[in-house]
Design a binder for this molecule. Structure first.
Ligand code: DGL
Length: 257
């Protein structure tokens, strides 16, 4: 079995990519709605919640766990790998490396949560991969709310997306990294605001490929093709988002911690 978790519905995008690469694997998804959003919490708090999610998934028999959340990856990936050596973890890393490779203007934008920018992981990808490239950042907490509420299009969404991206666009970015798994749900609105000359990078397909590789290695790539959805407090929200994304699966509530 393969586990996937996020603070809420954002990681469903990653789950969908995992499912398309592993059609018969058994997948369990945890949305930690009881502690969401993660992005405005301290990294220590997020680490604690991430450990609860990962431990529960491991107890269900998951040998591969994908942290489909940049914030939780920033807060907990290293600690989880250390504390749970029997599980293979896949984390989200801001895709600064591919962005730095393709930028023509030398200016790259990264949108993520405030907590992701505070983590060492972000500082380290910038230090390792962005030499000679200017990295401009913006935290967009309202985007997470919009996606959780299923509001992904319309004038209000467009104006919120424009407000967040304006400073980056004014600075001349030609590449935009989506470093929060909730944001790709707003892709249509983001594309409309940035226009055709800004390349958008979503690392979800690459993360799903890495999940599939590890799942094959651990022999958990084939099963009965079941998907199970678990929210720590809001089953209806999770189910509604899954349906919007074409994911058909039973959902239930389970309190953690
Ligand atoms: N989807 C998450 C991420 O990738 C967290 C959003 C939130 O809960 O603030 O960062």
């Amino acid at each position: 079995m393969i586990g996937v978790f996020d603070s809420g519905v954002g990681g469903l995008g990653v789950l969908r990519h995992v499912r398309s690469q592993l059609p018969t694997a058994d997948l369990v998804y945890v949305a930690d709605h009881a502690a969401a959003p993660y992005g405005t919490r301290s990294l220590a708090e997020v680490e604690e919640r991430a450990e609860l999610c990962a431990s529960w998934l491991a107890a269900q028999g998951c040998r591969v766990v994908t942290i489909a959340c940049n914030t939780a990856s920033a807060a907990a990936l290293h600690a989880l790998r250390r504390r749970m050596p029997d599980v293979d973890f896949v984390g989200m890393e801001p895709a600064v490396k591919p962005a730095a490779e393709v930028t023509g203007t030398g200016r790259v934008g990264v949108v993520a949560t405030a907590a992701t920018f505070q983590g060492e992981l972000f500082a380290s990808v910038v230090a390792r991969f962005a030499s000679g490239v200017e990295v401009l950042t913006a935290a967009c907490p309202t985007w997470v709310e919009l996606v959780e509420e299923g509001r992904t299009r319309g004038p209000e969404v467009a104006s919120e997306v424009r407000r967040c991206l304006k400073p980056l666009l004014d600075a001349g970015i030609d590449t935009l990294v989506l470093a929060c798994t909730h944001y790709p749900a707003l892709l249509e609105a983001i594309e409309a605001v940035v226009g055709p000359n800004v390349r958008i990078i979503d690392p979800a397909p690459a993360v799903a490929s890495q999940t599939a590789r590890l799942a094959r290695r651990r022999g958990v790539d084939t099963g009965r093709g079941r998907t199970e959805l678990v929210s720590t407090s809001d089953r209806d929200r999770l189910l509604a988002a899954a349906e919007r994304m074409g994911i058909v699966a039973p959902a239930r509530v389970l309190a953690l911690g």
